[in-house]
Design a protein around this ligand. Sequence first.
Ligand code: GLN
Length: 256
Amino acid sequence: MKKKLVKLMAMAVASVMSIAVLAGCGGSKGGDTLVMGTNAAFPPFEFTTSEGLVGEFDGIDIAIANNIAASMGKTLTVEDMEFDGLIASVKTGKVDLVVAGMTATEERAQSVDFSDTYFVASQVMLVAPENEDITKAEDLKNDKNVGVVLGYTGDSIVTDTLGVAEEKITRANRAIDIVQDVKNGKLDAVVVDSATGKALAEKNGLKVVEDPTVFDTEEYAIAVKKGNTELLKQINKVLADMKESGEIDALAEKYN
Ligand code: GLN
């Protein structure tokens, strides 16, 4: 009898201890840390720099997520990964939220829940400054080598909406890599989100070509695991506050 009680007590102590350990670890298991998933190759939303806002990470999305963490009394941790893996990582709970300039598409909304919109963008084409034969989206179908980032909305527009031939499409994991190929002539154009495209074009001396008749507006939102309404509510509250105070506009200006 006595032995059993001791064993039970030991088990209780052990489970309290393991809860404490888990809480201390943070991660997406709760505790003091809010874990954000992103692909930090998407300036001005997320990029790496020697002295970032959170470790080496900086940008509009990092600042927004930092505010969300602070509003919950937590510290932000940034998990940098390929864009294509972000949805899976929030689905499995590896990260708490995805803040990655992610367009809230219907298809993605089948796997995750999206916050309110915090930024509106569209796709643009980046071409060499002397390029005169790409002036509209349809021109990309004219035997042009086109670069996109794997799994981005730009990929699905070039592939499905425009129907550019598969062998003419180059898919990369990071926009910054294919921009180099426009510079060195391997690609005729890169299709990428507008704010990022403008930043990359300026940095690399490329020309931005827009075509709103084909490239619709896209709404950026934050993704959480389906059913995580508590976190979603908190995110929307912070976003609403930041919109109302003009902080999001100020961030866009600062990082552009
Ligand atoms: N807005 C685009 C998308 O959601 C690109 C996002 C990104 O590169 N981070 O697919």
